[in-house]
Design a protein around this ligand. Structure first.
Ligand code: NCD
Length: 306
């Protein structure tokens, strides 16, 4: 039985297969409409979510399966003090696969060690968010045509932004990927990513503060929100929250074929006027999230569709 905790759990070849499957699902949705008939997905969300939970549910429904679950810790037995280990043991009796989001780093891993069904990490604290990374890889590969030979700017809250940590881990495995890490001093990438992932793998990267300086050289700009819920005090958040605002004026500094991504939700960091720019790909990205989660569910449940 296989779980997904980090994008690194899949080899590059396995990722290629998964993304090919997602593209086939996009092109031929009817072929997959009953692939998971009779199967159930449990969504165990101890933290707020719109896209991740609903795209998982949409993915399972598109495959002809059904869904059950909870969308906040308050409405589950966690409120009574039940451990994640006990919860997953019980859920294993009710469902065939589970997606778990939790504010504590490592909680989905604890669940996977006690589970009778595949567990997917749907975001654990400020740590990892592998299914967002699968979404990002599918979006980049589908719209740019490649995952190597790119310069990608990651901008915003690189300290707490789990989508960035997972995406860096996945992209270093492709040739000639250059990272431009754009953040204020206080929200720089954590040491465990800089030292253990980037430096250890001799990865080319630079850290800059001004978005304007980075824009002209980017193939992809990946914007992120300042992660309010992970700050120790509100004052620091308020000081940081509008540090970057991508607007039409700044977009003029960017190459004509640069692509703007954002895992969403957006707060102020991308002005709504940018939504009409053909380079804005973040809503398309959300759509890819459904296809890739369909492909992931099929893969972990070992369902083959001919
Ligand atoms: C992200 C997350 O939860 O980390 N959202 C998502 O799943 N698309 C990004 C964020 O909340 O800023």
């Amino acid at each position: 039985m296989r779980h997904l905790m980090s994008p690194m759990d899949f080899s590059v070849e396995e990722l290629d297969h998964l993304l090919d499957l997602a593209n086939d699902i996009e092109a031929n949705p009817e072929k997959y409409a009953h692939a998971c008939a009779g199967k159930k997905l449990a969504t165990l969300f101890y933290e707020p979510s719109t896209r991740t939970r609903l795209s998982f549910e949409a993915a399972m429904l598109n495959l002809g399966g059904s869904v059950l679950g909870f969308s906040s810790a308050d409405s589950s037995s966690a409120a009574k003090g039940e451990s994640v280990a006990d919860t997953i043991r019980v859920i294993s009796c009710y469902a065939d696969i589970a997606a778990m989001r939790h504010p504590k780093e490592g909680a989905p891993r604890v669940a996977s060690l006690n589970s009778g069904i595949p567990v997917i990490n749907a975001g654990d604290g400020g740590h990892q968010h592998p299914t967002q990374t699968l979404t990002d890889l599918l979006t980049i590969r589908s719209l740019k045509g490649r995952l190597g030979n790119i310069t990608i700017g990651l901008c915003g809250d690189l300290k707490f932004g789990r989508t960035v940590h997972s995406l860096i881990g996945a992209l270093i495995r492709y040739p000639n990927v250059k990272f431009v890490l754009i953040s204020p001093e206080e929200l720089r990438i954590p040491d465990y990513v800089r030292d253990d992932v980037l430096i250890k793998n001799n990865q080319e990267f630079k850290e800059v503060i001004r978005l304007e300086d980075a824009l002209p050289e980017l193939d992809i700009l990946y914007m992120t929100r300042v992660q309010r819920e992970r700050f120790f005090n509100e004052e620091d958040y308020v000081r940081m929250k509008d540090f970057y605002i991508l607007d039409s004026q700044k977009m003029e500094l960017a190459p004509k074929d640069m692509m703007v991504l954002h895992p969403l939700p957006r707060v102020n960091e991308i002005s709504v006027e940018v939504d009409n720019d053909p380079r804005a790909a973040y809503f398309k990205q959300a759509q890819y999230g459904v296809y890739v989660r369909m492909a992931l569910i099929l893969t972990l449940l070992e369902v083959k569709v001919c």
